[in-house]
Design a protein around this ligand. Sequence first.
Ligand code: RB5
Length: 144
Amino acid sequence: MKIAIGSDHGGFELKNEIKAHLEQKGFEVQDFGTHTPDSVDYPDIAEAVCRPVAKGEFEFGVLVCGTGIGISIAANKIEGIRAALCSDPYSAEKAKQHNNANIITLGGRVLGVDLAKTIVDSFVNASFEGGRHQARVDKIMKLK
Ligand code: RB5
């Protein structure tokens, strides 16, 4: 499974922790930056990760900024993306099962590392349930 990951400076440390965590679990992770703690603009990182995810080049993406909010707003502007800001494992599981989210966003200044890893694991281990949820996701994707 190929996973895309990226963060701004506010999510830099947590992004590196999550990348190492996923690699340790055997996933292939492509890091779209940022690669230093210097200030960058989160919409640029969101776009870099989301374009290839929307094309199906990755199973899903992980985006981290300070709160997870700005980068999720930016990600959800990109056609084909369903980004879910998750701060707990239950929401992460449902984001995949019900919303078929293809991006999970996290707050690097909000979450502890262990909680963030648990949240990402819940997302990774869940599967889209389809059925009635497919019809709802289809309606989301038709919204302009
Ligand atoms: C950067 O200071 C901060 O605004 C950003 O990481 C994020 O929290 C925005 O939503």
